[in-house]
Design a protein around this ligand. Structure first.
Ligand code: C5P
Length: 397
């Protein structure tokens, strides 16, 4: 199971002998599909080499709040915003106390204060320190704030003591992070998703297409699988990794996509039309490559069938969610589409903003139903997808 696909994880490594296991934690997270960046504290640097962490994470290790060059590349606020999850492993007694009291005297504690990401800590320390009243109270406070405690194991410790306080195994840490994204919201449901762009042939080598990467649709497929759904994807032209746990059907043109959707729509509970379907195709496809000395001044186009609208017209239609990529009057244009295509909700984003364009890793959307419009603020497409699934379930299931 590749349940950390597209997840952005900051691993905070603090001062504990178990820091030598940090490169293995990075590897386990990457094995599950995560993109990992490491922050190391001064204490952590005593126990593990930054070069090892840099090599396995394939990213520069962040170690200093005051490093001007590092701040220019990816500053502490950007790191805090970038992360979907921050895992402190090993979490020393000192680091736990600092985050408990909201201190911001080094890079890791500052990023923790500045983030909206899920925070996980994997304590690692001497058994007596772990059993102390101060540590117990700190952990209780952090838990009440929603920090997830990856409980330490019991056994012989580096200092020779026997008891609780050994860092959880790297594989266990990675699996607990992956489990954060698993829920039962769509258990037993069948979901059909279209994604990517379509390719409309002009001749055997030339075509009309668009810039869609398929990232938003793939993030939705991933979120649906993580919510327990049986997912089928109808995939056009994409430039992103494929969610391996879903069934994938590959198509080229809008006509192919229409056929594939209609062949698979029966018994679906939810249809998410995320594909950037070309509205027009060349009316005639030349059998042979058009010669460059041909006096060709224009290409006659004909309209493609609207797949979403056709699904919405079916007698036993599933819940239908459309997407609208707009450059102006976002809400009014998208609301018009919601009404015209008769879908249950439409998700609109501003593609004139290059930060959230068709090919970006981030998005900012409005979720529009006939009753309500709700904004989902800028975030990674993965997190936007999870928030969308939450809304779809809340309104329609
Ligand atoms: O009208 P517009 O193309 O902006 O509508 C976008 C929505 O309609 C998207 O959900 C897209 O997947 C869907 N669509 C479709 N078939 C078309 C054109 C758009 O399913 N031919």
């Amino acid at each position: 199971m590749n349940t950390l696909d597209n997840k952005r994880i900051v691993l905070g490594v603090s001062g504990s002998i178990a820091a030598y296991k940090a490169p293995d934690i990075v590897r386990r997270l990457i094995d599950l599909g995560a993109d990992v960046r490491v922050i190391i504290t001064e204490g952590g640097r005593e126990f593990v080499s930054e070069l090892s962490l840099q090599t396995v994470s394939k990213n520069k290790v962040h170690n200093n709040l005051w490093d001007k060059d590092a701040e220019l590349a990816m500053g502490h606020i950007e790191l805090a915003k970038w992360a979907d999850v921050i895992i402190i492993a090993p979490a020393s007694a000192n680091t736990i106390a600092k985050i408990c009291h909201g201190k911001a005297d080094d890079l890791l504690s500052t990023v923790i204060l500045a983030t909206k990401a899920i925070i996980m800590i994997a304590p690692s320390m001497n058994q007596q320190m772990y059993a102390s009243k101060a540590m117990n109270e700190n952990l209780r406070i952090l838990e009440a704030r929603g920090v997830v405690n990856i409980e330490p194991g019991s056994g012989e410790q580096a200092c020779g003591d026997i008891g609780e306080g050994r860092l959880a195994e790297p594989i266990e840490i990675a699996h607990q992070a992956a489990n954060l994204f698993i829920n039962n919201l769509l258990i037993g449901k069948k979901v059909l998703i279209t994604l990517g762009g379509t390719i409309e042939a002009i001749d055997p080598v030339r075509f009309i297409s668009n810039n869609s990467s398929g990232k938003m649709g793939m993030a939705l497929a991933n979120a649906c699988v993580n919510s327990g759904a049986k997912v089928t994807m109808i995939i056009g032209s994409i430039s992103t990794q494929i969610e391996k746990r879903a069934k994938a059907i590959f198509v080229t043109s809008a006509d192919d996509m229409y056929e594939a959707v209609m062949d698979n729509i029966e018994n679906q509970d939810l249809f998410i039309s995320c594909a950037a379907v070309a509205d027009f195709k060349p009316a005639k496809v030349s059998q042979n490559k058009i010669k460059n000395n041909t006096n060709l001044e224009s290409i006659i186009l004909s309209k493609n069938k609207d797949i979403l609208e056709s699904v919405c017209k079916l007698n036993s239609k599933p819940i239908c969610i459309g997407f609208a990529a707009e450059t102006e009057n976002l809400i009014s244009n998208a609301t018009e589409k919601l009404i015209n295509k008769k879908c249950d909700a439409i998700v609109v984003n501003d593609v004139s903003n290059r930060e959230f364009g068709l090919n970006s890793d981030n998005n900012e959307v409005h979720f529009i139903t006939s009753k309500k419009t709700e904004k989902i603020d800028k975030n990674s497409k993965q997190i936007i997808a999870e928030k969308l699934i939450n809304k779809i379930v809340k309104y329609f299931f």
